[in-house]
Design a protein around this ligand. Structure first.
Ligand code: AMP
Ligand code: GLY
Length: 428
């Protein structure tokens, strides 16, 4: 098959890296890709939202399968664009249409979907800009911490957890009236705080059947010990010790199956990944959010653990033929450490020359914000590299990832030193 992966992050590098290993993979392209994807695929300089040029490229290169990495093009309707074009509609695509992508694109839509389908989630109410007075009254009845969520896509920054009613009132004014997150906060959810530990669960579905991918834990804060501002994700671990078979079967029965049944019942044709953000509250799973894609950096920890042929699975997903497919997984642990530009998630400089890339050791170095400049690989984003170590224990996987990380450098490089540490002594 000829395959096009859309995106330019570590997630897309990991997807392309895994698909490249399949005997079914003939040519693989990544649009627009990065310096790392160029080593496993051919980069194509087309933006993720330029559907017309992506479509023409698919025709020119006889692409059989398109795998959409990020949420932007999904929410903007890339599947609908392909389905409405006679020359493109038969190309297999992994990624839902505009309506399915609303599970990520609108937190109000996804909350209503969960409520209709009896899927456990935090209680919430949605308020629009005209409802400020009611929203403030409602906050007066809420017990802090109070979770405020912009309805639309806000690049992972649209959630504010307020520790007092006064703070929540100030924040909701900022969001609804001053449009702190632009159009994304024209509606805001006020949500109950769930106290627990988070887990990322990945489902590949064709809208009727599904396979569960290995679960992962993401480390969202910038600082060691989960301190400082939220980021896109500073590291990931898979498997996750507290996600034992009892907990995973609760997730499957209470969340995954009702989600797929809900899609079917509501006639939402969904072919793609569903990333379910779960909070483990005293041994019971609750949905924090859905995403219509894989996680980043979780994908970089999940892909090395998959034994099965990913192209076979993704093509089956695109064809609506996932029934009877199983996923084989390696027993090893994977630990992924994100190497970021100094200053991230705030302002940071780019264009720094990266050294040490020739010595990857036992780890895989996935690229995120990198590009080539003459013979150098230079930084080109906030999250620059994701180093994935594998091993037969969490300790070994961590040691390998960190050994490789310690050999890489650029001016301003930063990474967390404690990825996976909390799970080494996890007692529940
Ligand atoms: P989201 O963008 O929905 O993933 O939210 C970002 C982060 O905010 C999540 O990963 C959680 O750490 C936190 N969060 C979101 N909703 C809740 C909630 N109801 N209770 C506690 N923490 C939450
Ligand atoms: N790592 C979280 C995300 O991809 O949204």
């Amino acid at each position: 098959m000829n395959i096009l992966v859309i995106g330019n992050g570590g997630r897309e590098h990991a997807l392309a890296w895994k698909m490249r290993q399949s005997p079914l993979c003939q040519k693989i392209y990544v649009a627009p890709g990065n310096a790392g994807t160029a080593s496993v695929a051919e980069n194509v300089s087309i933006g993720v939202d330029d559907f017309a040029r992506l479509g023409q490229f698919c025709i020119d290169k006889a692409i059989d399968l398109v795998v959409v990495g990020p949420e932007g093009p999904l929410v903007n309707g890339i599947r609908d664009f392909f389905e409405n074009d006679a020359a493109l509609k038969n190309i297999l695509m992994v990624g839902p249409g505009k309506i399915g992508a609303q599970l990520e694109g609108s937190k109000d839509y996804s909350k209503q979907f969960m409520l209709r389908n009896n899927i456990p989630t935090a209680k919430a109410r949605t308020f629009a800009a005209g409802d400020l007075v009611q929203a403030l009254d409602y906050i007066s009845e809420c017990k802090p911490p109070i979770v405020l969520k912009a309805d639309g896509l806000a690049g992972g920054k649209g959630v504010v957890i307020s520790l007092s009613q006064g703070e929540a009132k100030a924040v909701i004014k900022e969001m609804l009236v001053n449009k702190r997150f632009g159009a994304a906060s024209s509606k805001v959810l006020i949500e109950e705080f769930l106290n627990g530990i988070e887990l990322s669960v990945f489902v590949l579905t064709d809208g009727k059947d599904y396979v569960l991918l290995p679960e992962a834990k993401d480390y969202k804060r910038i600082g060691d010990g989960d301190t400082g501002p939220n980021t896109g994700g500073m590291g990931a671990v898979s498997p996750v010790i507290f996600a034992d078979s009892v907990f995973m079967s609760k997730i499957e029965e209470r969340i995954v199956k009702p989600t797929i049944d809900g899609l079917l019942r509501e006639k939402i044709d969904y072919k793609g990944f569903i990333f379910v953000g779960i909070m483990n509250v005293g041994g019971n799973p609750f949905v924090i959010e859905y995403n219509a894609r894989m996680g980043d950096p979780e994908t970089q920890a999940v892909m090395p653990r998959i034994k099965s042929d990913l192209v076979d699975l993704l093509a089956a997903c695109g064809k609506g033929q996932l029934a009877g497919k199983n996923l084989e997984v390696h027993d090893d642990f994977a630990v992924t450490v994100a190497l970021v530009s100094g200053g991230y998630p705030g302002e940071y400089e780019t264009g720094k020359v990266i050294s040490g890339l020739d010595h990857q050791g036992d780890s895989i170095v996935f690229h995120a914000g990198t590009t080539k400049h003459e013979d150098d690989v230079i930084t080109h984003g906030g999250r620059v590299l994701a180093i994935s170590g594998s091993g037969n224990s969490l300790e070994q996987a961590r040691a390998r990832a960190y050994k490789t990380a310690s050999g890489i450098d650029w001016e301003g490089l930063y990474y967390r030193k404690d990825i996976g540490q909390d799970l080494m002594n996890y007692k529940g």
